[in-house]
Design a protein around this ligand. Structure first.
Ligand code: FPP
Length: 260
């Protein structure tokens, strides 16, 4: 990721892709898109089906969006799969979701590796069962050197929890004398977040019509653009993502600077 790309949050599309009918200037594409995949439960309940059916359909949508992302010019894609608050759901739903994550890794590993995807996970793995953790470690190690789409899946992730863990690590480094207190700056904290090395998201999308950020990437999304769409996640398509990217391309991002 070049310095210029992270500063503007935008990478020009290759000329052929950018040259649409009304494309006078190269389209701006967000380098990093993060998605709060909401609405699986409602989608299933509306049809009289168990919530897990909605999650299963949601996992299919993840596959489609991951496959489409590089063609849309996205370099990094982060999806919120399970929050630190989601443990409050029924045991049946939690176990079903954990199985779905394991199955996704098992079924998709070869395809992700072949498509040059670099996969990683953020969140606290301590509470996850060992089999899922092994699968997560395995796919991360297998795809670590891939140079294509950087796919990040948030499991047992909470923005406050992540910042707290990073702050503790920083405090421990200062207490041990490894870091001067005045060196405990933004960069030092960011380097201790689960997302270390990943650019901040340019665009955060939430499906299902809810307009909350629900503890997602709290530190990283300080200057992100937000898009809230009414579609429930199991109905979300790559075409809808393309439309959202089109709207993003017309936004002006100022990163705190004054407008013209
Ligand atoms: C929120 O919808 C969604 C979740 C808590 C789970 C997200 C999981 C998936 C999309 C499936 C698998 C993911 C991967 C990466 C394989 P909700 O259940 O809160 O919906 P509701 O608000 O309608 O109840």
């Amino acid at each position: 990721m070049s310095r210029n790309e992270t500063a503007t949050g935008a990478v020009p599309l290759p000329a052929a892709e950018a040259a649409g009918p009304e494309a006078a200037a190269p389209a701006r594409v967000p380098a990093h898109v993060a998605i709060i995949m909401d609405g699986n439960g409602r989608w299933a309940t509306e049809r009289g089906w168990p919530r897990l059916v909605g999650h299963r359909r949601g996992a299919e949508r993840v596959k489609e969006v991951v496959a489409a992302a590089p063609g849309l010019g996205i370099r990094c894609l982060t999806v919120y799969a399970f929050s630190t608050e989601n443990w409050k759901r029924s045991v049946e739903e939690v176990i079903g979701l954990m199985r779905l994550f394991s199955r996704y890794i098992e079924q998709e590993a070869d395809r992700l590796a072949a498509e040059n995807v670099q996969m990683r996970f953020i969140g606290d793995r301590g509470r996850l069962e060992s089999r899922l953790r092994r699968l997560m470690d395995g796919i991360e190690a297998r795809t670590r050197h891939n140079s294509g789409l950087r796919l990040t899946v948030a499991i047992n992730y909470g923005g406050r929890d992540e910042i707290l863990r990073a702050a503790r690590s920083l405090a421990a480094a200062v207490a041990a004398g490894d870091l001067a207190p005045e060196a405990a700056d933004e960069a030092a904290l960011a380097a201790r977040l689960d997302t270390a090395g990943l650019p901040d998201p340019d665009l955060v999308i939430r499906t299902s019509g809810e307009t909350r950020i629900s503890n997602f990437l709290l530190w990283q999304s300080a200057y992100s653009e937000y898009e809230f769409v009414p579609t429930l996640w199991p109905d979300f398509t790559p075409e809808m993502l393309g439309d959202i990217l089109g709207r993003y391309g017309r936004r002006e991002r100022r990163f705190g600077a004054a407008g013209g």
